[in-house]
Ligand binder design. Structure first.
Ligand SMILES: [Zn+2]
Length: 164
């Protein structure tokens, strides 16, 4: 019997780089970023740059300072969705996307929004399905120390926690 090819149902691949591919779910219009290769824990998946810097956040930006928010290049990184059980981390000091655990090709790449966002532009109710799901995600400012301890956080967030 010939095994069926691995496909992600009801999604359309709209872009591909050497490290990731973007899918769009036609039913919801939601995009997602998926690994195009195998990554080990600690691997650098890609490096990124600030395509543009803003003083206010949007759903497209990562926070790097109190009034500093960057839009990422390569563009496809904007499709990295949130999970309370992330498999990638945006290191905004080194400007590298890091694998937090081993990742198989086609796995969705997900990060913990409060690992970069102190107060989010658009809080939302999370349905990541993880046992560790924190419910409403509004940024690191709203989380307790014991909740934050479980996550790798940017130096900006660590500084905000220290100063609060
Ligand atoms: Zn969640």
């Amino acid at each position: 019997m010939i095994p069926l090819p691995l496909v992600i149902p009801e999604t359309t691949r709209i872009a591909k780089t050497d490290f990731a591919k973007v899918f769009r779910n036609p039913a919801t219009g939601q995009h997602s970023l998926h690994a195009a290769a195998f990554f080990d824990e600690g691997d650098m998946i890609c490096s990124f740059t600030a395509q543009q810097t803003y003083s206010t956040p949007s759903y497209l930006t990562l926070q790097t300072g109190l009034h500093q928010h960057i839009a990422l290049s390569p563009d496809c990184l904007q499709y990295t969705n949130h999970s309370c059980d992330p498999n990638v981390f945006f290191d905004t000091d080194k400007m590298e996307l890091i694998a937090l655990r081993s990742i198989q090709p086609d796995d969705e790449l997900v990060f913990f929004y409060p690992s970069t966002e102190w107060q989010m532009a658009s809080p939302f109710s999370c349905n990541c399905g993880s046992e560790k799901c924190l419910g409403t995600i509004t940024g690191a400012a709203a989380l307790k120390q014991n909740q934050l301890n479980a996550y790798r956080l940017t130096s900006f967030i660590l500084l905000q926690i220290k100063n609060r």
